[in-house]
Design a protein around this ligand. Sequence first.
Ligand code: NDP
Length: 383
Amino acid sequence: MRSISVLGATGSVGASTLDLIRRERDKWRVVALTANCSAVELARLAREFDAQVAGVGDEACLPELRDALAGSGIEAAGGAQALVDAAARGADMTVAAIVGCAGLAPTMAAIEQGGTIALANKEALVSAGEVMTAAVARHGATLLPVDSEHNAIFQCLHGEDLADVRWITLTASGGPFRDCGRAEIEAATPAQAVAHPNWDMGAKISVDSATMMNKGLEFIEAYHLFPVGLDRLRIIVHPQSIVHSMVEYRDGSTLAQLGPSDMRVPIASALAWPRRMDTPCAPLDLAAIGTLTFRAPDEVLFPATRVARECAQAGGAAPAVLNAANEVAVAAFLAGKIGFTHIVAQCEEVLARGIPPAPASLEDVISADAEARRQAEGLLLRA
Ligand code: NDP
């Protein structure tokens, strides 16, 4: 039996993870489950999985969580520090599935315990970069990518030498506006942006997919996970989302990982690693799918990947600033305060205002993130 904590248990990745755990209930002991404020749902899950502790990030939601857990014997905790403490209890496996940089401190706390981290929370790695990868090495932790593209690359690199890699190619669905012209993109509404053609995901990553910022963040994530150098990373649009990414080797061989557009596949790969486990996902029916297509990204209509690449090249705190500015802009777009194309434009404006010195610690990353948020909020007030 292995112990597991799921940070962001009430979200889309959290639900997919718990669906897999539910099917192998006798193999897992649940330590901590966390949410932000979905207290009733979190309590329901904590009872079902007999968690030791349930934590909400928003302290105002703690009374509701306490009420919902009354009589269960499960500890209730609230506030940002409570999530860090919950993650610091340590577990053989921690699934990091909080959305945004809010997941950084709990993920770092889990890393410090030296267990295995199944990382979905890309914003944490994008923001912390070398600070996180150094902590992984220092504490002997294992970082397994859950993002479908990175999980695919991880599988394609198994047993290989990074020195033999010619290209790592991240595939991108292109999002809901991949076939739209400029006028349609400029008029895009939140409802249209979250309606992803292939994946069922939380609102923030769905908007990121629509702007292609998701692929930009993934480019930076790949740079940290697979250190082959920026000039050997590239992006290709693959609307069917069947090939989840590819690695081309110097002999001309390309290895790709294929699968259904269901996050339970990469999550299962991380949960069972280095072995395999059953999932309820339908087998891949390539004859029914028929055609797999690929095309180059359009960085004029979708500039986010260019902006992210420039941040990766700049290094230091630039990715943290980009991520924070994007989080603020996406929230503003979802709240109807700014237009769709303003999301990436606002990120560029925040980046142009200056980048703090390269972070050397978690505190430095959090402070760069906070300052970029202040700048981005200031732009919103002016808009
Ligand atoms: P969701 O929005 O569905 O869920 C987010 C989870 O994080 C919820 O449990 C939410 O709690 C919690 N949360 C939100 N804000 C905070 C906060 N401030 N403090 C603590 N907890 C918080 O997101 P997804 O599951 O879609 O995505 C999670 C992460 O995984 C993201 O980083 C995303 O980029 C990545 N990812 C997601 C994929 C997907 O298919 N969904 C695919 C690949 C990567 P509450 O319910 O209370 O709001």
